[in-house]
Design a binder for this molecule. Structure first.
Ligand SMILES: NC(=O)c1ccc[n+]([C@@H]2O[C@H](COP(=O)([O-])OP(=O)(O)OC[C@H]3O[C@@H](n4cnc5c(N)ncnc54)[C@H](O)[C@@H]3O)[C@@H](O)[C@H]2O)c1
Length: 438
């Protein structure tokens, strides 16, 4: 199916990337973009910057880089802004996060110091382990949203940016499922006026950003963007949204290994995953209510990939457990262990062990960059509401109501690349390949 000939508004001027939450991931992204555009480091892990895309037949030899195929904003044209409940500028915050070497931080220190967070919309009951001072006072949650909207307008005027996108890089909030308040735009606005306790901090940013017509993605596992009222608003104002929970370490592994087991009809008796990490994210997840948000997000993956209802003999009894342990000595250098008890021909048991010594923010930063650039592209292409084609980046991909999410990384990648082809009016690639043999 070729795309209709709807034009893509060209990129021009500056693109602002607005980051609610300027901690480890956000500052690693900002510093990384600054280093990459000076040629001091490479944006490894970013599909938009590093990957290619095949167009047409394998014999056509048309394989441009993604960034040369779709009209993305170049790194040179990005400006950064954000909010945090700690007043540290991006230089101090990056030093505090201890993700990047001093040499990398020092090389862009002056530029980083220019990025100062705006004060946060923060009610502490949604993130119990944090106590910051750089916070707004408001008479109601509706007033809080208005203050955030004023921040956005001020930032756009001061920075001279042409347009903006936002990616939530703030802490994981306590688990609150959407309620009747989240059902419609009217009920949500009433809830804002009444400061309804089921409206968390992240949802205040969502409302403010969507009202300002800014595309938005949610990197954390809480229901920041995926609630019906936000979807209604996004469609009404013509803005794309995506989420949730960056797929970086252990879940990335899971969405590669589990489809492999299923593809080969191998059984799975149990999968035990445990992590140790010592950054601020780990500290926040040490609170059982915040961990619950993460646990729900991580557990859903296997259920959807393995489809035990269709494969009861292979996955009907799978025991799945996920633990995250806060262990300060490791900082951002997380270690994720997975033990898989699998079974094969005639039911004979086998085991797979994975020990991933990863760096959380190093894996997350390129995802934030890609999401920002692709959401901006989607916006300029007239796409609005939930962008399921960005599932590639999420532990819990948002979908249309009634659709189960697709978790298999390579199906997600195919979907993403086919969507880029579709946006540009190229034929999608089905991998049928009959034409080479007929
Ligand atoms: N790094 C990864 O691999 C990864 C993967 C999946 C999800 N995530 C999620 O990404 C988010 C960021 O991770 P991180 O390691 O940078 O965490 P971090 O703790 O270093 O940074 C989060 C920042 O958000 C700020 N914050 C919290 N509530 C806020 C609010 N209401 N307004 C403004 N600022 C607020 C905190 O003060 C903190 O500085 C977390 O929710 C984490 O769970 C990270």
């Amino acid at each position: 199916m070729k795309k209709s000939s709807r034009p893509i508004t060209p990129h021009r001027g500056k693109l602002a990337i607005l980051l609610p939450g300027m901690g480890a991931v956000a500052t690693t992204l900002i510093a990384g973009c600054m280093l990459a555009r000076r040629g001091l480091a490479k944006p490894v892990g970013s599909l938009t910057q590093m990957a290619t895309i095949r167009l047409g037949k394998r014999t056509d030899a048309r394989t441009p880089k993604v960034k040369d195929f779709v009209p993305l904003a170049p790194l040179e044209d990005l400006v950064f802004g954000g909010w945090d409940l700690f007043p540290d500028d991006a230089l101090e915050a990056a030093r505090h996060a201890k993700v990047l070497d001093a040499a990398h931080i020092d090389a862009v220190a002056e530029e980083l110091a220019q990025v100062r967070p705006m004060s946060a919309a923060f009610y502490p009951q949604y993130v119990k382990r944090l106590h910051g001072t750089h916070v707004k006072q408001a008479t109601s949650k509706a007033d809080m949203v208005e203050q955030l909207r004023a921040d956005v307008r001020r930032f756009m005027a001061d920075s001279g940016a042409d347009r903006a996108v936002a990616v939530w890089c703030g802490s994981t909030e306590v688990f609150i499922e959407p309620t009747a308040v989240h059902a419609t735009m009217d009920s949500f606005e009433k809830g804002l006026r009444e400061s309804d306790p089921s409206i968390g901090n992240a949802q205040l940013y969502t409302w403010a950003l969507l009202k300002e017509r800014i595309p938005l993605a949610n990197g954390a596992p809480h229901f920041g963007v995926d609630f019906p009222a936000a979807q209604e608003l996004a469609r009404e104002v013509g803005v794309p949204i995506a989420g949730k929970d960056f797929k970086t370490g252990q879940t990335l592994m899971k969405t590669v290994l589990a489809p492999m087991l299923k593809a080969r009809s191998l059984g799975l008796a149990g999968w035990f995953s445990t992590n140790i990490l010592g950054n601020r994210d780990g500290e926040v997840l040490d609170d059982p209510d915040s961990f619950k948000s993460k646990e729900v997000s991580k557990l859903g993956v296997l259920e959807h990939v393995l489809q035990p209802e269709l494969y009861p003999e292979l996955y009907g009894e799978t025991y799945h457990k996920v633990r995250i342990e806060y262990y300060p000595p490791r900082g951002d250098a997380k270690e994720g262990w997975d033990n898989l008890d699998i079974f094969g021909w005639l039911g004979y048991p086998m085991q797979i062990k994975v020990d991933f010594l990863c760096r959380d923010s190093i894996l997350a930063a390129p995802i934030v960059l890609d999401l920002a650039l692709l959401l901006d592209l989607a916006h300029r292409s007239g796409m609005r509401g939930t962008q399921e084609w960005l599932s590639f980046y999420w532990k819990s991909p948002m979908t249309a109501p009634g659709l189960y999410p697709e978790h298999d990384l390579f199906i997600q990648q195919t979907k993403l690349k086919n969507t880029l082809r579709w946006i540009m009016g190229e034929e999608p690639i089905t991998h049928l390949g009959r034409e080479y043999y007929e």
